[in-house]
Design a protein around this ligand. Sequence first.
Ligand code: GLN
Length: 194
Amino acid sequence: MQIAVLAVQGAFIEHEKMLDRLGVESFELRQKRDLERPFDGLILPGGESTVQGKLLRELEMFDELRGRILAGLPVLGVCAGLILLAQRLSNDESVHFGTLPVVVKRNAYGRQLGSFYTEAEFGTLGVVPMTFIRAPFIESAAPDVEILAQVEGRIVGVRHQNQIGISFHPELNEDFGIHNEFLIMCGAQRPPRA
Ligand code: GLN
């Protein structure tokens, strides 16, 4: 199995390290020709969604990736990656891939609560650690979107078909549950273990 990690900006190395510890191969998507390599899943890391969206277009990777997501490529969108996937942003005119039928609010926790740590239930995984960094949350989701996690009444994790979108950074904690869940979606026979 090969996982592609978008590496134009942001916290991509942490995902590569996590996959490495799970014994899963990955490579970085930095330019258009990297898309020629076969891959089974895509991680869109945290960072700055505006910059990532701009670079994806400038590097001519945008249309190809959007097409593949629409065609069923498993994708994990983390924080800025969730913003890239969202069909609409409530406080920003931009739409990037727009493949995930949710409305997302950017920088939704304001300045003081810009970064925080908590723990909450995530789908069937039980309680997982959650590190939020100038995080978005999901204001609303289409009826066929599965809500995986909520923190203080706000949706912070969803799944829709081949797409998982989360507000927080699972790559910054010692818990492999979410990456495992994603890898199973990508076709792993059983959860890889660190
Ligand atoms: N605030 C960033 C944005 O709007 C997201 C932050 C993150 O990815 N940690 O793109």
